[in-house]
Design a protein around this ligand. Structure first.
Ligand SMILES: Nc1ncnc2c1ncn2[C@@H]1O[C@H](COP(=O)(O)OP(=O)(O)OP(=O)(O)O)[C@@H](O)[C@H]1O
Ligand SMILES: Nc1ccn([C@H]2C[C@H](O)[C@@H](COP(=O)(O)O)O2)c(=O)n1
Length: 242
């Protein structure tokens, strides 16, 4: 899609929700952010909300295994995400007064290790899904939203619904390279735990391994980042025109 096509889509004040799901390391966040940037849309990383709630539990002595306490906290914790794809900042805390910039903290290994317990808490999910839908409405339905249940639960009527997949080997290699570039050393076992074991646990409550009816699959195993972005832009163009 040319820049002109993208700007034509921008001028039309219609809804354009692009829903992207997929397993860990498939490239959802980085690709979704770039698509939002190119099309001038807002960007919502829903995994950041699950991570922020997990961090608030850990920082305030709430066991992530305590289902009732996590659900109760989900309903009252403060969460804010900047929807500009160039910013990517997240603030969270027990309430607005105590909220802090947690953009980096939510990516720490202690959060990645604990987040599945929160993501599989169905009561907490109900509240986070409500907040995610409200976020889409707050930008008049012009947003790229990525996660695990966006195409099926959060925004099943999105104009574009995409499952972004990649082979296990590609996902492990990508996550390994990403961690290495940020100076984090992880054994093959830790890496597999972070990517594959987390997916196995998360997929007990949502199916992000197979495309639901009407959801298009893009397998990026043999595509580089730019080729994947181009494939998604083509899909958007074919689906909603330019
Ligand atoms: N098609 C691609 N080819 C090579 N590398 C890619 C591709 N897509 C994304 N990447 C890189 O892979 C890494 C992981 O991508 P990203 O964090 O976007 O995955 P994710 O699906 O959002 O994972 P998670 O759900 O665990 O947050 C990043 O460093 C990203 O730049
Ligand atoms: N819509 C979503 C988004 C995320 N999750 C879960 C899955 C992960 O364990 C965790 C963090 O997500 P990530 O930042 O790795 O994409 O949150 C979910 O269940 N539903």
């Amino acid at each position: 899609m040319s820049e002109q096509d993208a700007s034509q889509m921008l001028r039309i004040g219609r809804s354009l929700v692009i829903a992207i799901d997929g397993p860990s390391g498939s490239g959802k966040s980085s690709v979704a952010r770039e698509i939002a940037r190119r099309l001038g849309l807002a960007y919502q990383d829903t995994g950041a909300m699950y991570r922020a709630l997990t961090l608030v539990c850990l920082e305030n002595g709430v066991s992530v295994q305590n289902q009732a306490a996590v659900e109760e906290l989900a309903e009252r914790f403060y969460f804010e995400q900047w929807f500009d794809p160039g910013v990517g900042m997240v603030a969270a805390g027990l309430d607005a007064e105590r909220a802090l910039d947690v953009t980096d903290e939510i990516r720490e290994p202690r959060v990645s290790e604990a987040v599945s317990a929160v993501a599989t808490n169905l009561g907490a999910r109900t509240e986070l899904i409500r907040r995610q839908r409200a976020a889409i409405e707050s930008v008049r339905n012009r947003m790229v939203v990525e996660g695990r249940d966006i195409t099926t639960v959060v925004a099943p009527k999105a104009e574009v619904r995409l499952l972004l997949t990649a082979s296990e080997a590609a996902r492990l290699a990508r996550r390994g390279a990403q961690l290495a570039s940020s100076g984090e050393q992880q054994s093959a076992e830790q890496l597999a735990q972070q990517v594959l074991a987390r997916d196995a646990k998360d997929s007990t409550v949502v199916d992000f391994q197979r495309a639901a009816d009407g959801v298009v699959t893009i397998d990026s195993s043999d595509l580089d980042f730019d080729q994947t972005v181009a494939a998604v832009l083509r899909l958007v163009h074919e689906t909603v025109g330019g």
